[in-house]
Design a binder for this molecule. Structure first.
Ligand SMILES: Cc1cc2nc3c(=O)[nH]c(=O)nc-3n(C[C@H](O)[C@H](O)[C@H](O)COP(=O)(O)OP(=O)(O)OC[C@H]3O[C@@H](n4cnc5c(N)ncnc54)[C@H](O)[C@@H]3O)c2cc1C
Length: 416
C-alpha cells in the first residue's frame, strides 16, 4: 500500500475502505539471520536499512512493549546537526541529510519540518564559542549563521532581551534544523521495514542471551527462544539492564528526562529556540502546543516519569527566557529514560561476544540521530565494519582516553 495524493483522493471518494494495516503482526519464527532487540527509533531504522540498503532478508525486531512506547514516542522532536567535535559533527550531518529525504524514502509523512534552531548566547565568550562551533559545522558541510541581537529580535521579538542576569546578545542559527513528528518516524520506519519482509514482533521481551563458546546463538524471550546469527541491541534507557544479561557492564547510567506541552496557541515560535544560559529549549508543534524541556532529573532511575524539582527548574528557565510563557496553561508532561554515557556521546560497536552488537549511550540527543544511527548500525551488522561517520563511537575510547566530550565536563554522565 503506497501513499500518494492520488490515493488520498481515491479513498476519499470510495469511503476509505482501501486502507490496510501499516505493518503485519507476525508470530516469531524459530530463527533469523539478524535479531534487533528494541523497537524504538534506532532499532526500527536499523531494520529498515538492513532490509533496504543491505538487502538482508531474515531480520526481526523484538519489542517488549508496543512500537513508540520508549523514548521515540516521548521526545521533544528536535533534529539538528550543530555539533563541534570531529567525532560527532559528520555523523549528525549525515543524519540531517537522511532526514531531508526520509519521507520520500519511507513513503510516510513523518512531518519533517526544517524551521531552524537558534542557540542563544549571552556573553562575548559564549559568542566566540558559537562562532567556533559554526565554523566547525560549515567545515563538515552543514549550515550555520551567527546572528546579532537585532536579527534574533526580528525572528523572536517575544524573548526577554534585557533580562538583568542573562541579556540575550545573539544566537547561532542552523536554518536546516527543525522538528519531526516523533512517532511518525517510528511508524514510517516500521512500515518500510515490514514492507521489505522484516518481522516486527511486539510484546516480546528479551529476557536473556544464549551464548556458547563466546558466540551468541540467540535470545530467550517472553515468547520463547529465538535463534539468531547476529543480535543487535538498541534499547536506549534499558541498555545497562539488557547488556547485563550478556554479562557486560556498560559505561552508561540511566536518568530521567521530562518534556512538557502547553495548550494549543496561535503560531508564535518560528523554529526551535534554546536558552544558552539555563537549560531550557522550546518549539511549537503543528497543533499549536509549546513543546519544551530542560535538564535531566539528575539521579539514576528506570522510571518513565519525572519529579517536581525539575519541573520548577524548567519553568524558571522558561520564565527567564520568555515571560509570556507564564500565561500559557500546561497541558501535559511525561518522562523518558536516558542512556547517559560517560562522555555524552554514543556507542555503535561490536562487543567482546561474537555476534553481539551494541547501539546506545544516546543521552537526551538520540532522536536527531535516528536515521544515521540506524544506517550505521545496519552497516556494522551487515558488513562487520563501522560506517565511516561512526568510526569514533567505539567502546574502547574510554579505555584509550579518547573521549568525545562535546560539553567539556569530563566523565560526568549527569552533566552531559
Ligand atoms: C523527554 C525527552 C525529550 C527528548 N528530546 C530529544 C530531542 O529533542 N532531540 C533528540 O535528538 N533527542 C531527544 N531525546 C532523546 C531521544 O528520544 C532518545 O535518545 C532516542 O529516542 C533513543 O533511541 P530509541 O528511539 O531507539 O529509544 P526507545 O524508543 O526508548 O527504544 C528502545 C526500545 O527498547 C525496548 N526494550 C527495552 N528493553 C527491552 C527488552 N528487554 N526486550 C525488548 N525490547 C526492549 C523499549 O521498550 C523501547 O521501545 C529526548 C528524550 C526524552 C525522554
Amino acid at each position: 500500500m503506497r501513499f500518494s495524493g492520488f490515493r488520498v483522493v481515491k479513498e476519499a471518494l470510495t469511503g476509505h475502505k482501501g486502507w490496510g494495516m501499516l505493518w503485519r503482526n507476525p508470530d516469531p519464527k524459530p530463527a533469523y539471520d539478524i535479531v534487533i532487540v528494541g523497537g524504538g527509533g534506532h532499532g526500527l531504522a536499523t531494520a529498515f536499512y538492513l532490509a533496504k540498503t543491505f538487502k538482508q532478508a531474515r531480520v526481526a525486531v523484538l519489542e517488549k512493549g508496543w512500537l513508540g512506547s520508549g523514548n521515540i514516542g516521548r521526545n521533544t522532536t528536535i533534529i539538528r546537526s550543530n555539533y563541534l567535535l570531529p567525532g560527532n559533527e559528520p555523523f549528525y550531518e549525515f543524519s540531517m541529510k537522511l532526514w531531508e529525504n526520509l519521507e520520500q524514502e519511507t513513503n510516510f509523512n513523518s512531518m519533517v519540518s526544517q524551521r531552524g534552531i537558534i542557540n542563544l548566547y549571552h556573553t562575548d565568550g559564549q559568542r566566540d564559542a558559537y562562532r567556533r562551533r559554526g565554523n566547525a559545522m560549515l567545515l563538515a558541510g552543514a549550515d550555520a549563521r551567527l546572528l546579532g541581537q537585532d536579527e534574533v529580535r526580528e525572528i523572536a521579538p517575544f524573548l526577554n532581551f534585557d533580562n538583568a542576569r542573562f541579556p540575550i546578545k545573539g544566537g547561532l542559527m542552523q536554518p536546516r534544523a527543525g522538528t519531526a513528528r516523533h512517532d511518525g518516524v517510528a511508524w514510517g520506519y516500521a512500515r518500510g521495514a515490514d514492507m521489505r519482509g522484516v518481522d516486527i514482533i511486539q510484546n516480546c521481551e528479551v529476557t536473556g542471551f544464549r551464548i556458547e563458546g563466546g558466540k551468541v546463538q540467540g535470545v530467550e524471550t517472553s515468547r520463547g527462544y529465538i535463534g539468531a546469527g547476529k543480535v543487535g541491541v538498541a534499547v536506549a534507557g534499558n541498555s545497562s539492564r539488557v547488556m547485563a544479561m550478556a554479562g557486560m557492564r556498560l559505561p552508561i547510567e540511566s536518568h530521567v528526562l521530562q518534556a512538557f506541552v502547553s495548550e494549543g496557541l496561535k503560531p508564535t515560535i518560528p523554529g526551535v529556540i534554546t536558552f544558552g544560559a539555563g537549560h531550557f529549549y522550546v518549539s511549537q508543534s503543528d497543533k499549536g502546543g509549546l513543546v519544551f524541556g530542560g535538564d535531566i532529573d539528575g539521579y539514576n532511575s528506570y522510571a518513565q516519569r519525572g519529579n517536581l524539582p525539575v519541573v520548577e527548574d524548567v519553568i524558571e528557565g522558561g520564565m527567564a527566557l520568555m515571560p509570556m510563557i507564564g500565561r500559557a496553561r500546561l497541558l501535559r508532561s511525561w518522562g523518558g529514560i536516558m542512556d547517559m554515557s560517560m562522555d555524552g556521546s554514543p556507542i555503535i560497536d561490536r562487543t567482546e561476544i561474537d555476534g553481539l552488537y551494541f547501539n546506545g549511550g544516546w543521552c537526551y540527543g538520540g532522536f536527531k540521530a535516528t536515521p544515521a544511527s540506524g544506517y550505521a548500525f545496519a552497516h556494522l551488522l551487515a558488513t562487520d565494519r563501522p560506517h565511516e561517520t561512526a568510526e569514533a563511537y567505539r567502546f574502547d575510547r574510554f579505555a584509550r582516553g579518547y573521549v568525545i566530550d562535546e560539553k567539556g565536563v569530563g566523565a560526568q554522565p549527569n552533566l552531559h
